[in-house]
Design a binder for this molecule. Structure first.
Ligand SMILES: Nc1ncnc2c1ncn2[C@@H]1O[C@H](COP(=O)(O)OP(=O)(O)O)[C@@H](O)[C@H]1O
Ligand SMILES: [Mg+2]
Length: 318
């Protein structure tokens, strides 16, 4: 059998909990062998989508296929081909990392010898060999998440779901988990990960679906998404209110979108492409025009600004 081109295909998924519409017609396509990010704020419907795609919940309407099988009609086939790391994992705190993995292997019907071999392979792959005997309860946050990942990979599933894999981790642990996820994808696994962090999607995913209130409000590569949203911004603060107009005119020359002027803060800002080049050009032009600059810099939009901008666009479109 040939592998399907898309590891995940969802069409019009809907799910209601009482008065809350958790999913309001979610569409999703994840090409096999890629990392896809489901990016959205708290309550956007990310976990609900993952639960439906992993057969833990049934959609009220719509269809989804994972690894070529329908999540409702062929749930058993789907389960055989997926791994899931949820927000709370089922690792035994008292057992060592290796014992945990051997236990998961046995639960998945591996023989004792194969379970031990697989555990050692996975400990090595997720750089946990040195901590193999240590109780999982004594692991750092990053080690713990890597153990969760290893446990979900016992049967080497072709499609892996990660629900907010780095929420609550410090930056260093987050980096370790990112490395582990990259290794998985190099090995051919398709990963669907949910995240509240724009940076995480940017670092890991080749495709991103931004979701809000149970539906996709934007999608594309992280770069395309950032470019569409205006990407980086140049911001200039001038010394003298009289210089604001000149600064706005100069910033406008390098801008890819609307120039905002904040007269009270003496600040001019605008989205730009090509970070360093835009900044250099703005500095030179301001200097040539004799505009006294108190501060100038590049700033990345925050996730809040991204959502705000998308939500505003959505309202305009309606
Ligand atoms: N089992 C449930 N019972 C009632 N409401 C739920 C349940 N699961 C999710 N919801 C609601 O559905 C919406 C989407 O939740 P969720 O999928 O968990 O979002 P996310 O994972 O993006 O934070 C939220 O408003 C949440 O409160
Ligand atoms: Mg969630």
């Amino acid at each position: 059998m040939t592998e399907p081109r898309f590891a995940v295909v969802a069409e019009g998924l809907r799910k209601r909990y009482g008065g809350t519409e958790a999913l309001a017609g979610l569409d999703l396509r994840v090409p096999a062998g890629t990392v896809h990010g489901l990016l959205g704020p708290n309550g956007a419907g990310k976990t609900t989508a993952v639960r439906i795609l992993t057969t833990l919940a049934r959609p009220d309407a719509g269809t989804a296929r994972v690894a070529g099988h329908d999540v409702v009609r062929e749930a058993v086939e789907v389960r055989r081909r997926i791994g899931l790391v949820g927000q709370h994992a089922a690792v035994d705190e008292v057992l060592g990392g290796r014992q945990n993995l051997v236990m998961f292997g046995r639960l998945h019907h591996l023989g004792a010898r194969r379970a031990r071999l697989r555990a050692d392979e996975l400990l090595e792959r997720f750089r946990l060999t040195d901590a193999a005997a240590k109780p999982a309860g004594e692991y750092s946050g990053g080690m713990r998440r890597r153990l969760d990942l290893a446990a979900s990979m016992i049967l080497a599933p072709p499609v892996l779901f990660l629900d907010e894999p780095t929420t609550g981790l410090d930056p260093r642990s987050r980096g370790e988990v990112w490395d582990a996820i990259r290794d998985l994808v190099d090995g051919g696994t398709t990963v669907l990960l949910t995240t509240q962090y724009l940076e995480e999607a940017d670092r890991l995913a080749s495709g991103v679906s931004v979701i809000d209130q149970g539906r996709v409000i934007a999608e594309g590569t992280p770069d395309a998404l950032k470019a569409r949203l205006g990407g980086d911004r140049v911001e200039v603060v001038v010394d003298d209110p009289g210089a604001l107009a000149a600064a706005a005119e100069i910033v406008g020359r390098v801008a890819t979108g609307e120039v905002d002027v904040d007269a009270e803060a003496l600040r001019v800002g605008a989205p730009v492409a090509g970070r360093a080049a835009a900044l250099t050009e703005a500095v030179r032009a301001l200097d040539e025009a004799g505009v006294a600059v108190a501060d100038i810099g590049l700033r990345r939009p925050t996730l809040d600004e991204v959502f705000l901008s998308l939500t505003e666009k959505k309202e305009v479109a309606l």
